[in-house]
Write a new protein. Structure first.
Length: 374
């Protein structure tokens, strides 16, 4: 069995994430290739596409949302994502057990003691009446029906247990942090099409296999644990075992078993990787349980200081080399270690290119000492 180096895994990830070279594919094609883009704060997903697509503009993604070709809703790991509409119809039923698991967590269940989950969903859909309500209004009406309970938590539970799509306005560029304005609509109403459900256990198994293939196309080679961390599903080892004959098998630098699509090519590990600025919660950092192919364990603590935080980062030679932030019109870079002069010049060039897209006006370093060329 071939053993893959960390650098080989890095270049494979950079290539499949369109981070070795920007692509001319459409935003819809890129979102489909990546399966979904995390979108708690929608602006970050726009920056993620800017880093991957030649001449990408905010209007391109906004048009896809307004045209209902891309939707925003809970998906992978029970978090908000942008996904192509047809992908969402197929993937949400497969991933529903993950969202149900979140809905069964103490945060939700302590507020819904003695409430039947199916009945609560039915109430929520009845209140929506085949149309759209703001999250705030749905919460208010549920609280009216259940005095003494937190309506916001009840509405959140409904949203986890049944696919509700967010209105396009709160997924567009500039809607940063505007959670109070989010509206929800049953997906069948929003898209005018039913969800694609697996009628038999065998069909559900086939759907899981397709999800694994899609994952490997965007994140492989990888291990079973990596796939499970990315999507939230469990017991995928059984599914991968059934796929063994169609997959290519490798050993990772730590001896772990890795799998990949049989026809997937691995780039030369010496392929240059350009500087890239990645948004918070970027796919490239969240696609694996073992993230050492793109970030060291030491730097991971700086970038992911809490379970719900993943800071914006920049890559040098394909690996996280620091973080960045944007506030009051200034894009501030925070290198974790001194930069070589050529890397610093490339980083500043890329940051200068991002400024007009992100609405910034100036560039600075948070740590001038670390920013000095080495």
């Amino acid at each position: 069995m071939t053993t893959l180096s960390l650098r080989t895994l890095n270049r494979a990830l950079m290539d499949r994430q369109f981070l070795l070279e920007r692509t001319d594919r459409t935003p819809l094609e890129v979102i489909g290739r990546l399966v979904a883009l995390q979108a708690q704060e929608p602006n970050w997903a726009y920056i993620g596409l800017w880093s991957r697509i030649h001449a990408f503009t905010q209007a391109q993604l906004t048009a896809l949302l307004e045209g209902r070709q891309v939707v925003r809703s809970g998906l992978l790991r029970s978090t908000q994502h942008f996904a192509a509409a047809d992908d969402f119809r197929r993937l949400r039923p497969l991933l529903q057990p993950v969202l149900d698991r979140t809905a069964n967590s103490p945060h939700f269940t302590r507020n819904s003691t003695d409430l039947d989950a199916a009945s609560l969903v039915a109430e929520g859909l009845d209140l929506l009446a085949g149309g759209t309500l703001s999250r705030k209004e749905l919460a208010r009406r549920l609280a009216e029906r259940h005095p003494g309970r937190d309506g916001r938590v009840l509405a959140g539970q409904v949203e986890l247990r049944t696919p509700l799509v967010h209105g396009a306005a709160t997924g567009t560029w500039g809607s940063w942090g505007n959670r109070s304005a989010i509206s929800v609509t049953p997906v069948e109403v929003w898209l005018g099409r039913p969800m694609a459900t697996a009628a038999t256990p065998a069909a559900a198994r086939d759907s899981a296999k397709e999800l694994i293939r899609r994952y490997l196309a965007a994140f492989g080679p990888a291990g079973v644990k990596d796939v499970q961390t990315w999507c939230g599903l469990t017991r995928l080892g059984e599914v991968v075992a059934e796929m063994r004959a169609e997959l290519r098998h490798y050993s990772g630098p730590d001896g772990r078993d890795l799998i990949d699509l049989a026809d997937a090519e691995l780039p030369d590990p010496e392929t240059p990787a350009p500087v890239r600025l990645l948004p918070a919660f970027d796919n490239a950092l969240l696609g694996h349980a073992d993230r050492t192919r793109v970030i060291s364990d030491e730097d991971r603590k700086r970038v992911m200081p809490g379970q719900a935080r993943v800071r914006p980062t920049f890559l040098v030679d394909g690996r996280v080399h620091g973080t960045w932030s944007l506030g009051a019109g200034t894009l501030r870079l925070t290198p974790f270690r001194p930069l070589h002069a050529t890397d610093r010049a490339a980083l500043e060039h890329e940051a200068d290119r991002l400024l007009p897209f992100a609405g910034g006006r100036a560039l600075s370093y948070n740590d001038p000492v670390a920013a000095r060329p080495s």
